[in-house]
Design a protein around this ligand. Sequence first.
Ligand SMILES: *[C@@H]1O[C@H](CO)[C@@H](O)[C@H](O)[C@H]1NC(C)=O
Ligand SMILES: *[C@@H]1O[C@H](CO)[C@@H](O)[C@H](O)[C@H]1NC(C)=O
Length: 349
Amino acid sequence: MVTKYVRLALLGLCSLLLQTAAVQIPGNVTLAGRQAATFTNPLNQNKGADPCMRFIDGRYFLTSTQNTNIQMRSATTVEGLKTAQAKVLFTDTTAGRNFDFWAPEFWFLDGTWYIYYAVAGNGDDNTHRLHVLRGGTDPNDPSAGPYTYVNSLVPSNFNQWAVDGSVLQIGNQRYLIFSGLESSSPWTQCTYIVRMTSPTSITGNAVPISCPNLSWEILGTPVQEGPEAITINGVTHIVYSASHCSTDDYALGMITLTNDADPMVAASWTKSPNPLFTRNNAAGVYGPGHHFMFQKGNDFYFAYHGKAAPGLGCGDSRTTRVQPFSIFGSNPVFPAAVATGVPVAEPVG
Ligand SMILES: *[C@@H]1O[C@H](CO)[C@@H](O)[C@H](O)[C@H]1NC(C)=O
Ligand SMILES: *[C@@H]1O[C@H](CO)[C@@H](O)[C@H](O)[C@H]1NC(C)=O
């Protein structure tokens, strides 16, 4: 109620200012005050892969894969993230979990911030497992910390390579969703789900709910990873990244949960036949994916990584980009990937 009142009051103030301005400056200039703020992609020049981004109480917060530690930037505008000072939230010198931090995601659950991430042990990328950190309790500042290590999240039946942990909540039940190694020959990553009993614990077996078997999911090698859940008008989807991150054909796909069906049963999920978001040669965007969807008021945006030239692989040249997406019916609809340097509207909310 208070928020609505404040927003209406601000809008009233804006239109008053617009009317005042219109007297002196005719034409489009009057729109600039409220509408025309823009940013340009990318938000960083390197190490921008696997972004997680949220808008909270007037600020944007952004993490990406840094390999050596977990860092967060924050700013009051998307553009401002480019020059924001990164704050290191966590490093780990413990043997066995001190190598190659991937895809941190920050979640506020039951009054506390948590960061889910994957690390490898002993310098070997083939040993990645999921882990969780516990942070501070200020709902408006995920960067406040301090973050401390809690434990690994290894399902009882799945002491296997696992990356890209995220949270799916349906009613009161939370699930950890992640990308797990289904087969090492040929290398195949499926989308898995396991029940959570608290923000730092899981129980029971992990179950594969979707595997890559369509032409656009198997380029380079068959992969589904970076799962992110979104529920729209009561319909739950998981949007994931498909094909190998080293290819230019990395893309977003989606599976949708049949209403009221058990999310731990593969047959409850229906895969969309076509990718939702793909490379855009005309715009010079290659291998876009590993996204995170966030909201500012009524505006839906997503962060993702992309590459500015073909053949750049999975390395540090992946940069973070942000664009709006739409909701049609109960579905998220993603735009064409926009070229770097093109102005994109800042979220209005
Ligand atoms: C407003 O902008 C549009 C599109 O750029 C342009 O066609 C139009 O002439 C502008 N109007 C004024 C009054 O400047
Ligand atoms: C892909 O896998 C799903 C689930 O097992 C199956 O229903 C579908 O027929 C498969 N599609 C192809 C093209 O093999």
